[in-house]
Design a protein around this ligand. Structure first.
Ligand SMILES: [Zn+2]
Length: 127
């Protein structure tokens, strides 16, 4: 399934099902960013890879967002910046942050920027 264009090389970003740390996840990857196991079992970019853009759907697990959906990835590729809903530990409430694409890490959270109340409301209405 093609989700959009890679922001770094204009290749297609596709969604594939895979296993990470024993869990089923989606991997959103630029078709030019392929990883493989080398002779020493390290998981590295293959020699024919020309891009590094890859995002796993559990990328925000640390902030208690269980899954970054295909829909969210598609929107991120279209709009370059989206809002995500993150959660504190054990029900200490939710909060909103902007996310942008990152060539090396796939995505990054803009910790220093506040999402306005108005944008939070729009987010809640549209989701
Ligand atoms: Zn790419």
């Amino acid at each position: 399934m093609v989700l959009g264009k890679c922001p770094y090389c204009s290749g297609n970003v596709i969604a594939i099902k895979t296993i990470a740390l024993g869990k089923k996840v989606n991997l959103y990857t630029c078709e030019n960013a392929k990883k493989e196991h080398d002779e020493s079992s390290q998981f590295v970019f293959s020699s024919d890879s020309t891009c590094t853009f890859r995002v796993y759907s559990n990328v925000f697990l640390k902030w208690n967002k269980r899954s970054f959906s295909k829909y969210e990835m598609k929107k991120l590729l279209e709009e370059e910046q989206i809002i995500v809903r993150l959660h504190g530990r054990r029900g200490t409430g939710e909060y909103f942050k902007y996310v942008i694409t990152d060539k090396e890490y796939g995505v990054s959270i803009l910790w220093d920027e506040e999402v306005s109340k108005k944008e939070e409301e729009e987010f809640l209405i549209s989701s």
